[in-house]
Design a protein around this ligand. Structure first.
Ligand code: FA5
Length: 374
């Protein structure tokens, strides 16, 4: 700030002359009017109303005036600065309104325009079918049990009464991960060929009674074709309790097929052989499409059961006492039943899927028609 000027002549303080103040104000007002957008207006504000603007500098000169001249000069400068400030405010509002209007036009969303929809996905029907089967048994009090897909040979075969030299060992073509050591009895490691080792794990982990349902992926060295895949899914069921009989097994199977295929459906058991069940059976369900009406009637062929009247589901039987013993369960006190079947095969006849390869190719056109069933 300048020092007080005792010999002040207001005419000689150039910046405070009325015409200078008027010029500064007019220049400021013109610049404000010319500012085309908010950024330009901000620059004008700094230049004409900021601390280093001509009017601000003139205002500083007032302090150097003698008292009688201060009021006059102060009014003049203050008036000009007030006008500039008001003009800035008005222009600011105008430019903001213009900007808002422009944004509304430029960023408008036409909700009537057609849009490229993301194609909706669908859960794989194998997953939904497996969950549906789990739900049936969970509702009956069964527990869902799972086991590893890379399994010890002992649990996959030996504990299930399939000894190394047993012919049944070659019935399921096996992917070997690690061979068994030859100089001791160390078990090898395989990709499990069925879900039955989860039976063993469940019995080893729990005290009877045991009621488990074991869904999972299994592996066999089968070629991929219309009815086989090297990686498929099975569901295994195991019940161990006092006094269980084949009648309980049959009743459980009937309940499952009725829950999945409709009231009144029934099953039948045909003798078969599995080393881990005794007696063993192949389980069939009544054809839910023709209900047996196609049998012997060439005019009513049934594609679902091949006019057999029955559809093969999988294997079952009473748990072999040797398996109970291997798992520390007293076969004198407890008995058990088990069954296991392939989910891919069930999906084939439940939904008329003709080729199993469609299930593994990952083409959404296959899964989408099954929708989002949960
Ligand atoms: C077994 O795997 C026994 N563990 C089932 C069992 C459990 C019997 C409990 C007794 C007690 P099997 O090898 O038959 O059984 O296979 C069962 C089902 O798996 C077959 O009925 C079939 O539906 C399915 N399956 C077998 N191989 C394939 C394959 N390569 N691709 C798709 N599904 C298959």
């Amino acid at each position: 700030m300048s020092a007080p000027n005792k010999s002040y002549d207001p005419v000689e303080v150039e910046a405070l002359k009325p015409e200078q103040i008027a010029r500064m104000r007019d220049e400021a007002l013109a610049a404000i009017a010319a500012a085309g957008d908010l950024a330009a207006l901000h620059e004008v504000k700094v230049a004409h109303a900021g601390d280093r603007s001509p009017l601000a500098l003139a205002n500083r000169e007032i302090g150097a005036l003698p008292p009688h001249a201060k009021a006059d000069a102060g009014k003049r400068v203050g008036g000009a600065r007030g006008e500039v400030k008001r003009a800035l405010g008005i222009r600011q509002e105008e430019l903001e309104a213009e900007r808002d209007e422009r944004v509304l036009v430029e960023e408008a969303v036409d909700v009537t325009l057609p849009l490229d929809r993301e194609p909706a996905g669908a859960r794989h029907p194998l997953t939904t079918l497996m969950e549906r089967i789990e739900d049936i048994f969970v509702a009956m009090g069964y527990e869902v049990a799972e086991g590893p897909e890379v399994e010890s040979e002992w649990l996959n075969f030996d504990a299930l009464n399939i000894a190394p030299d047993h012919p049944a060992r070659t019935m399921q073509d096996t992917f070997f991960v690690e061979s068994a050591a030859t100089d001791d009895d160390q078990s090898g490691v395989v990709l499990r060929t069925h879900t039955s080792p989860v039976q063993i794990r469940s019995m080893l982990d729990r005290e009877p009674p045991v009621y488990v349902i074991c869904p999972g992926r299994v592996y066999r060295t089968d070629e991929l074709d219309a009815t086989h895949t090297p990686v498929f899914h099975q569901v295994e069921l195991l019940a161990v309790d006092e006094g269980l009989t084949m009648a309980d097994l049959k009743g459980t199977l009937d309940h499952m097929v009725q829950s999945l295929f409709g009231e009144g459906m029934t099953t039948r058991l045909r003798p078969n052989y599995f080393p881990f069940t005794e007696p063993s059976a192949e389980m069939d369900m009544e054809c839910y499409v023709c209900r047996g009406a196609s049998v012997g009637d060439p005019d009513r062929p049934c594609r679902t059961c091949g006019s057999e009247g029955w559809i093969e589901l999988g294997g079952c039987g009473m748990v072999n006492p040797r398996v109970l013993t291997a798992c520390g369960v007293d076969p004198e006190k407890y008995s058990g039943f088990a069954f296991g079947f392939g989910i891919e095969r069930m999906l084939m006849f439940r939904h008329n899927v003709e080729d199993m390869r469609d299930m593994v190719e990952g083409d959404v056109r296959f899964t989408r028609p099954f929708g989002m069933e949960i």
